[in-house]
Design a protein around this ligand. Sequence first.
Ligand code: NDP
Ligand code: MG
Length: 385
Amino acid sequence: MKNITILGSTGSIGTNALEVIRNKSSEFNVAAMSAHYNHKLLIEQIEEFKPSYVSIGTQNGYEEIVKKYPDLEVYLGNEGLKKLGTLDEADIVLTAVSGAVGIEATIEAIKKEKRIALANKETMVAAGDLINNMLKKYKAEIIPVDSEHSAIYQSLLGGKKDEVNKIIITASGGTFRGKTLEELKDVRVEDALKHPNWSMGKKITIDSSTLCNKGLEVIEAHQLFNVPYDDIEVLVHPQSIIHSMVEFNDMSVIAQLGVPDMKVPIQYAFTYPDRVSNKVLESLDFKTLSSLTFDEVDNEVFKGVEYAYLAGRTGQSMPAVYNAANEIAVDQFINGNIKFLEIYKVIKNTMDNHELHPVNTLEAVIKADSWARKEAARIIKTYVK
Ligand code: NDP
Ligand code: MG
């Protein structure tokens, strides 16, 4: 039996993970779970999965849960989330909160030498240098959940590290694939939230439409697999069937394919190196696939990938700044305060104004992250009439 802590159990990844667990209850048990605002859903999940610990982001949610479950260990806010990373009872910590808030809990789980099933890409982007240093010291392991990185992880098993020629990350191209700058000028939040292939949380769906999600994934891949940026390529593949590929020195390409369903990489991160059957996992029916197509990223229109390469190659605090500026810009786009294409301007202007520093400590990561949030907010104020 594997005991699993789910940080962000009420989100898209969190609920998919619970479905995986629900259908394999003889192998998985929920040790702990957390939500931010959604205490109603968290309560339903407590009823069903009976965790020993929970953490919630709001005071009223906290009070309601404490009153309802006097025997349950309940924690509050960021400290609570962090605490869930440290529990002795958990074998695996699934980091499925959205945004840089996942960093500290992940760090705690590394110190406790857990397996970390990492969905939260912002963690590796903002704190990759720090986390990689920690992984040299602690016997923790990170198994990626992000579908592209799970695909790369699986494909890499087909050769040795020094035999890798390049990594090819596939991108669906997002909701606005094929659109021109003119057509994107006045797009609405509702339009950006309609993803063609994947059903995901709001922030990552907007990130897919700007291609900042792919940008974050390029940096995440660099940090997870220690592959230089020159050897990471992004390819638009609208059907989202090939989740990513690795080309080796002998020009063999190994790819991982499957239906676009996050339950596959979530379960793989729980069971690696084993593969186990689970009735929630669907078979890919090749006969119904009419074609698999590939195209270059339109960097003239979608700047998310280009700015990520720039941030990644600059290194040090710049990826954290890219990430934080993007988080603020997406939030303000969702709230109707900036236009779609202004997301890119916010990211670029924030990066341009940044004074680079190393990020080998948590304090340094937080410093870069907080600076970029403030700077992005300041820049946005100059756009709002
Ligand atoms: P969602 O927005 O659906 O869910 C986010 C989860 O995190 C919710 O449980 C939410 O709680 C919780 N949360 C949000 N903010 C905070 C906070 N400040 N403190 C504590 N908890 C918080 O996101 P997704 O599930 O889509 O994505 C989660 C992560 O996984 C992201 O980093 C994303 O990039 C990554 N990812 C997601 C994929 C997907 O298919 N969805 C694919 C690959 C990666 P509440 O519900 O109470 O607000
Ligand atoms: Mg992905």
